[in-house]
Design a binder for this molecule. Sequence first.
Ligand code: AKB
Length: 326
Amino acid sequence: MQNILVTGANGQIGSELVPALRNRYGIERVIASDIRSPPNANNDGPFEHLDCTSLRQIQDVVRQHNIGTIYHLAALLSAVAELQPQSAWDVNMGSVYRVLEVARQCNCALFFPSSIGAFGPSTPKMQTPQDTIQRPTTMYGVTKVAGELLCDYYATRFGVDARGLRFPGLISSVAPPGGGTTDYAVDIFYQAIRYRHYTCYLRPDTRLDMMYMPDAIRAILELMDARSETLMHRNSFNLTAMSITPADLVGAIREHIPEFAITYEIDPVRQAIADSWPQSIDDSEARAQWGWAPCYDLVAMTADMLDKLSEKIIPTNPSQGTQNAP
Ligand code: AKB
């Protein structure tokens, strides 16, 4: 029986995908990998230090562990990528090309996470169609569009079973923010519990698609389980669960923490990225082609995030001021 490799396993998605895969397939069959050493959370099964820009390292790990499916998560997120675009190209494109090459050589299936970042300012912003203009103005978006196209090419030209999803902002109670534009929607919960206050770097009316991580993990597993012949879009399904603004999120949190206060100090870099992205995307093709349906809306996600984070964060006296999330 072949095994599973997760690259970028220490990141926001990997921190919840690895445990979900191990729960489903068995701990020893899921090889977590990252360029950094694992945090404790992932240290309960096989781990490999892996630089995904090294073809030889990927080949060695895939062959040593008899890998049949690769979940390729290693990448720089949008805000970090915009501050170091050359590195973002090298990491995001260098890794996806080499992972696809090894998938071709070793007959592996591949999961690739695209993003709402694959769209740009000329894309229709409301109910963004599955098939539409993709002219992103960020390096992250360029690497996501190129990644989608490269996965399509390897699927068509070489028969690689590559599949992918255009994720919205993802909200996780497990992994802290990791350099994305949508990280405010994670950090705000840590600050609300700890200090009852958050300083937001996006305008209160900045509308973006979001999704709670349990929904995102289930979407990955359901897509990879789907019959290949039903997937017309295979590498780039639009996916969403909610279209919200920071003001919406503040209101939902105040249902649980009435005294929660918000301050806005706009970060021009992340505001410009957010303004270039859709405000709501149409995920009807994912619903039609493989039965996608979210479970968590804003109310349910907020309640579960506060419940889970309250178990690991000790509220601090608000007079002690605010700090960044861990
Ligand atoms: C980011 O903000 O960069 C990511 C994304 C929306 O792809 N969370």
